[in-house]
Design a protein around this ligand. Structure first.
Ligand SMILES: [Ca+2]
Ligand SMILES: [Ca+2]
Ligand SMILES: [Ca+2]
Length: 155
C-alpha cells in the first residue's frame, strides 16, 4: 500500500503540511476501484499458492462484496484473454457454506453461473469463469487458475 502526499501549494510548505491527509494510490500495475487495488495475475496456480502469492504482495485473493465490485471485475476480466480467475472464498469446512478465506466471514453476495455452484466435496473453491461473462463457478481447489489479488485501503 502506498500513499501520496497532496500537501503543499506552489512549492510553499508550511507546518500544517505535516498533518495533511493522504490520498489512496495503487502500486504500478494494479487497478483501482473504490477503496481497493486489484492485480490480475497471469500465471496459473492452485488456490493456496495463489493466496500465498497475493499475501506476498501485501494483498489477498479478491473478496467480491458487492454487485458494484463484481460488475467492475467482470467487466475488467472481459477485456483480458479468456481464463478462470480465483476468488478468495471456500466452502471447504462445510459444504455449501461459503466463507471468505482468511477471515471466515460468511459470503453474502454471489453471482453463480446457472448450474453452479456444483455443490460437491470435490469443488470447494470458486472462480470467475470465462464461459458465461465471468459469472462464478466452484472448482477443485487444487486445479491451477489465474487469480485476482485485492489490496484494500487500510483507512
Ligand atoms: Ca473487495
Ligand atoms: Ca463444495
Ligand atoms: Ca462447479
Amino acid at each position: 500500500m502506498s500513499s501520496v502526499s497532496i500537501c503543499g501549494i506552489d512549492g510553499q510548505w508550511t507546518l500544517e503540511d505535516f498533518t495533511c491527509p493522504t490520498v489512496f494510490a495503487c502500486p504500478d500495475g494494479w487497478e483501482m476501484f473504490q477503496d481497493s487495488c486489484y492485480l490480475f495475475v497471469d500465471s496459473c496456480k492452485s488456490f493456496t499458492n495463489a493466496e500465498n502469492n497475493c499475501r506476498s504482495l501485501d494483498a489477498r485473493l479478491v473478496h467480491v462484496e458487492s454487485g458494484e465490485e463484481n460488475t467492475f471485475l467482470r467487466s475488467y476480466l472481459s477485456g483480458l484473454p479468456m481464463a478462470d480467475y480465483w476468488i478468495g472464498m471456500t466452502d471447504e469446512d462445510q459444504e455449501g457454506n461459503w466463507k471468505w478465506y482468511g477471515n471466515g466471514v460468511d459470503v453474502q453476495f454471489f453471482d453463480w453461473k446457472p448450474g453452479e455452484a456444483s455443490s460437491n466435496r470435490h469443488e470447494n473453491c470458486a472462480v470467475f469463469g470465462d464461459t458465461i461473462s465471468y459469472t462464478w463457478a466452484d472448482v477443485a481447489c487444487g486445479s491451477r487458475r489465474k487469480s485476482v489479488c485485492e489490496m484494500t485501503n487500510p483507512e
